[in-house]
Design a protein around this ligand. Structure first.
Ligand code: UGA
Ligand code: MN
Length: 332
């Protein structure tokens, strides 16, 4: 009896041991397996797929908008008339500073082509490098002023006209290179030392023949300006020789490219008497009656005839005589 009891107990123990072992083995097998998490992550997955759909929808919408986009206040860039700016320039201590300032103004003007004409027998590395790195569309030309026409050290600046051959060289390039009479464009003569408002370029952009506006700080006046009555220029506000055909500074007018091409003989006369340089060019192109007043009927100053002071080199010269001058390899 006791032996049977012992046997039964042993069977129960063995059974119990076997069942526990199987449980343990099953548990261990489950541990190594990947869980099928679909049930827990379903809401997360749905959110991700919804967001992805939304993203695709927005991307498609952006593509569609971009394809049909027009700048709101401006016609598309390519149909803007090009502004050809002709700048005479010559080598001196402040040249790089002047051209840097000018180029950085022009960078803000759409559809502008800068024609830089050096008063020099060749292109200089300083100007070439400045133009190359400026980011502005440009053409780099050169022509030296004839010796007898060139201002000499110590001459008063008004003695001889400046930048004449250079502006004429710019005109020659335009006439040879831009012969397409239908090209919409405007030509402006921008000296390298003046100060130009960005608004000025939008005023001149749609010039039909010759557009005009006031110039600040010029001719010994706060400003010089065409006087406008009934939308027409009738005379000029100037303190000096008002009877000149066009008593205006070079920076006070722009000419349509079409007119420049249609009148191939119009150019600047280096022999013109003092103050008649602008008139020598304009009188072949336009009459007073045809001038197009800009800048709010010539009531706003958008360009200033600023002039840069010549830097004094007293200390530099003194240092140089002691062999301590500035490093010539540093370009100023
Ligand atoms: C004024 C006018 O604003 C000029 O447009 C005009 O050419 C000049 O008078 C004149 O009567 O000839 P102003 O400030 O006296 O200008 O002249 P600058 O600014 O010294 O020179 C006008 C332009 O010619 C400048 O862009 C300058 O870089 C260039 N220039 C000057 C030369 O190319 N070579 C020179 O020897 C001197
Ligand atoms: Mn000047």
């Amino acid at each position: 009896m006791a032996t049977r009891m012992k046997l039964k107990l042993k069977t129960v123990f063995v059974l119990y041991f076997m069942v526990s072992l199987m449980g343990l083995v099953y548990a261990l097998m489950q541990l190594g397996q990947r869980c099928d998490c679909s049930e827990h992550d379903l809401p997360k997955d749905r959110a991700i797929s919804r967001l992805r759909d939304e993203l695709y929808r927005l991307q498609a919408q952006i593509r569609k908008l971009e394809a049909t986009k027009q700048p709101q206040n401006q016609p598309p860039k390519s149909s803007l008339p090009t502004i050809f700016v002709i700048t005479p320039t010559y080598s001196r201590l402040v040249q790089k500073a002047e051209l840097t300032r000018l180029s950085q103004t022009f960078l803000h003007v759409p559809q502008l082509h800068w024609i830089v004409v050096e008063d020099s027998p060749r292109r200089t590395p300083l100007v070439a490098e400045l133009l190359r790195t400026s980011g502005v569309t440009f053409t780099h030309l050169y022509v030296p002023t004839a010796k007898e026409r060139k201002l000499q050290e110590g001459d008063p600046s008004w003695l001889k006209p400046r930048g004449v051959e250079q502006r004429n060289e710019g005109l020659r390039w335009l006439r040879e290179d831009r012969r397409d009479q239908n090209q919409q464009g405007v030509v402006y003569f921008a000296d390298d030392d003046n100060t130009y408002s960005l608004q000025l370029f939008e005023e001149m952009r749609n010039t039909q023949r010759v557009s005009v506006w006031p110039v600040g700080l010029v001719g010994g006046m706060k400003y010089e300006s065409p006087v406008v009555e009934g939308g027409k220029v009738v005379r000029f506000h100037t303190g000096w020789r008002p009877n000149r055909p066009f008593p205006m500074d070079m920076s006070g007018f722009a000419v349509s490219l079409r007119l420049v091409l249609a009148e191939p003989k119009a150019c600047f006369d280096g022999e013109a008497p003092m103050g008649f340089l602008e008139s020598s060019f304009l009188k072949g192109l336009v009459t007073l009656d045809e001038l197009e007043p800009k800048a709010d009927n010539c009531s706003k100053v958008l360009v200033w005839h600023t002039r840069t002071e010549k830097p004094k080199m007293k200390r530099e010269d003194a240092m140089q005589s002691q062999g301590l001058g500035s490093d010539p390899a540093v370009q100023v």
